[in-house]
Design a protein around this ligand. Structure first.
Ligand code: PXP
Length: 239
């Protein structure tokens, strides 16, 4: 049975639309846990477009399951992570103009920063996940640089235009997941997943956890956060 970590960034997006305090992602973190999720995820971006520093510190204090901090491997974020001490840090690439994280981390191109980030986070006892594309070369590199977890990018699969493209991308995810698992890495998956796309992952035992945000927060607008998390949990527990 896989786990579900819920990303509450878009509660902060809604809050920031009016520049006030509501809705509060800290309240969302409490509800997400009460609904049975296995973890709460926040992405503190360099431009602070949704989650702000105060959210990260407060959510770390109140979360009782697992708090996951998504971050770029920059000195600024490393300093914050070392103070906050999340249970896990997920290293992601960050481009200023992107709407959301567009691709996985290129470990080869950023090896020095990634190794430095992993060493710094490990010294504080923080598990490190690397968000990578469904690419077997990246899986090998993740293992080489000492990551604990890889999160496989499911965005392209979820957005595939044709059944052929979809099944090719799925096959790549499956190969990468099997390889990562056999190399002793814990395998997570995330980005773009929704209530309909999750079905493809039933019977995929290598995936230990899904990281899902936008679809759950979108559904919560209509049915409430507890119900939206509960419906996703029902699906995730079938994996
Ligand atoms: N995993 C990572 C590494 C991400 O950057 C994001 C988006 O913040 C997610 C998962 C969640 O993606 P979505 O909001 O599309 O479910």
């Amino acid at each position: 049975m896989a786990g579900l970590a819920v990303n509450v960034d878009h509660v902060a997006t809604l809050r920031n639309a009016r520049g006030g305090n509501e809705p509060d992602p800290v309240h969302a973190a409490v509800l997400v846990e009460l609904a049975g999720a296995d973890g709460v995820v926040v992405h503190l971006r360099g431009d602070r477009r949704h989650i702000k520093d105060r959210d990260v510190y407060l959510i770390r204090q109140i979360v009782r399951t697992k708090m996951i901090l998504e971050m770029a491997p920059t000195e600024e974020m490393l300093a914050i992570a070392c103070k906050v001490k999340p249970h896990q840090a997920t290293l992601v690439p960050e481009r200023r103009m992107e709407i959301t994280t567009e691709g996985g981390l290129d470990i080869a191109a950023n090896r020095k920063e990634v190794v430095h980030a992993i060493e710094t986070l490990h010294k504080e006892g923080i598990l490190v996940s690397l968000f990578i594309d469904q690419d077997q070369r990246q899986v090998s590199l993740a293992s080489e640089v000492g990551a604990d977890v890889v999160e496989l990018h499911t965005g392209a699969f979820c957005e595939a235009n044709t059944p052929k493209e979809r099944s090719q991308l799925f096959e790549h995810i499956a190969l990468a997941a099997r390889q990562a698992h056999s190399q002793g890495l814990v395998v997570h998956a995330g980005h773009g997943l929704g209530y309909k796309t999750l079905e493809a992952f039933f019977d995929f035992p290598e995936i230990a956890e899904f990281s899902i945000g936008h679809s759950i927060i979108s559904r919560a607008v209509f049915v409430g956060l507890e119900a939206a998390v509960g419906e996703m949990l029902d699906l995730v527990r079938q994996v």
